[in-house]
Design a protein around this ligand. Structure first.
Ligand code: SF4
Length: 303
C-alpha cells in the first residue's frame, strides 16, 4: 500500500539528497515491483521483422517472459546507495583514468573478476555474462539477467528473446554490433527467477560503471525489472513507458566531465513480447521515440 511521506521527512530527504549531490553522488533508488502489466494492444510495427521467431509460448512461470504480466509482487527492490557504502561510492573507480571505453570496460570486467559478491555465484551459474557490443554505442539496452542460453554462451540476449531483440534493433536501422547490451545482474538466477533486491544492489554498480564508460545517448530498459532497477520510483509499465527520463548512473562518474547523463526509455522485455505479441505495437512506439531522438530511420528493406 503506498504511503505518503510527511512534510518533515520529505524535507529531510530533500536536504540529504542535496548534500549527496554536492558530494558528486547523483542517483538514489527506491523501487517496488508490486504492479501488473496493462492489457494494452496496438498495431504492430515490429511484427514483420519477427517472423522467424517461433510463436511457441513458454509455459513456466519462472520464465522472465511471463514476469511482465505476473500478478502483484510483495517484494520491493530498493537499490540505494546505503550510508555505510557512501565512501565506497566516493572512491575513484579504476577505469576513471582510462579514456578508451573499450579498455575501460576491460578494467571493469577485471575488477568484477570471478565474482562472488552475491549469492548468485553459487546458485548454478556457468559464467558471468558481462555485456556485449560497441563500447562507444549511442544506444544501450539493459535487461534483467541472463537466462539459460546466455549463461551457456556468456553473452546477453542470445536465445529466442535475443533473436527478437536483434529484430527490434534491425527495425531501428541498426545492427546488434552497433549497440551495447547488458543486464542488471550478470549471473543467471536459478530457474530464471527474478533477481532479488540484494542481488540487484550488489551487481548493479558494475552496470552503472559500464554505462558511465559507454556514455550512450539513450538507454532502453527492457522490461519492468530493468526499468525499476534503473529508475528512482515505482510505477506500472503503462506509466513508465512513452517518455524519456534523465538518467545519471548511480555512484559512477564518467571520465568525461562534460557528460550530462543519458536519456532513458522503457519498453517491454522481448521475452514478454514473445509471450504476448499483441504488445509489439506498443514496443515499436517506444523504439520509434528513441529513433526520433537519435535521428534513426528504419531500413527500407527488412531483408
Ligand atoms: S550477479 Fe553480479 S554481484 Fe552477483 S555474483 Fe554475479 S557478477 Fe557478482
Amino acid at each position: 500500500m503506498p504511503r505518503a511521506l510527511n512534510d518533515h521527512l520529505r524535507r529531510a530527504l530533500a536536504e540529504r539528497l542535496r548534500y549527496y549531490r554536492e558530494l558528486g553522488i547523483y542517483d538514489f533508488y527506491r523501487r517496488d515491483f508490486n504492479r501488473r502489466e496493462p492489457d494494452a494492444s496496438a498495431s504492430n510495427g515490429i511484427e514483420s521483422l519477427s517472423a522467424e521467431v517461433p510463436d511457441q509460448v513458454l509455459t513456466s512461470p519462472s520464465q522472465p517472459e511471463l514476469r511482465e504480466e505476473m500478478t502483484a509482487r510483495k517484494s520491493a527492490v530498493v537499490a540505494t546507495v546505503a550510508e555505510e557504502n557512501i565512501f565506497d561510492v566516493l572512491t575513484p573507480k579504476p577505469e576513471q583514468g582510462v579514456a578508451d571505453p573499450k579498455a575501460a570496460l576491460k578494467v571493469i570486467r577485471e575488477d568484477l573478476g570471478d565474482c562472488t559478491r552475491c549469492k548468485l555465484h553459487q546458485q548454478g551459474r556457468k559464467q558471468i555474462v558481462f555485456g556485449v557490443g560497441n563500447p562507444r554505442a549511442e544506444l544501450m539496452f539493459v535487461g534483467e539477467g541472463p537466462g539459460a542460453d546466455e549463461d551457456a554462451q556468456g553473452e546477453p540476449f542470445v536465445g529466442r528473446a535475443g533473436q527478437l531483440l536483434n529484430n527490434m534493433i534491425k527495425a531501428m536501422g541498426l545492427r546488434r554490433e552497433e549497440v551495447y547490451i547488458a543486464n542488471v545482474v550478470k549471473c543467471r538466477p536459478p530457474g530464471n527467477r527474478t533477481p532479488e533486491r540484494d542481488e540487484c544492489e550488489t551487481c548493479s554498480p558494475f552496470l552503472m560503471r559500464q554505462i558511465a564508460v559507454i556514455k550512450p545517448k539513450v538507454l532502453v530498459a527492457l522490461g519492468a525489472v530493468a526499468a525499476k532497477n534503473l529508475l528512482a520510483f515505482n510505477a506500472p509499465m503503462a506509466e513508465l513507458r512513452g517518455r524519456f527520463y534523465d538518467f545519471m548512473p548511480a555512484g559512477a562518474r564518467s571520465s568525461d566531465p562534460s557528460w550530462q547523463g543519458v536519456r532513458l526509455a522503457v519498453t517491454y522485455h522481448p521475452a514478454f513480447l514473445l509471450r504476448d505479441p499483441r504488445q509489439k505495437g506498443e514496443a515499436w512506439k517506444d523504439l520509434q521515440m528513441v529513433m526520433k531522438y537519435l535521428g534513426l530511420k528504419p531500413p527500407k528493406s527488412n531483408t
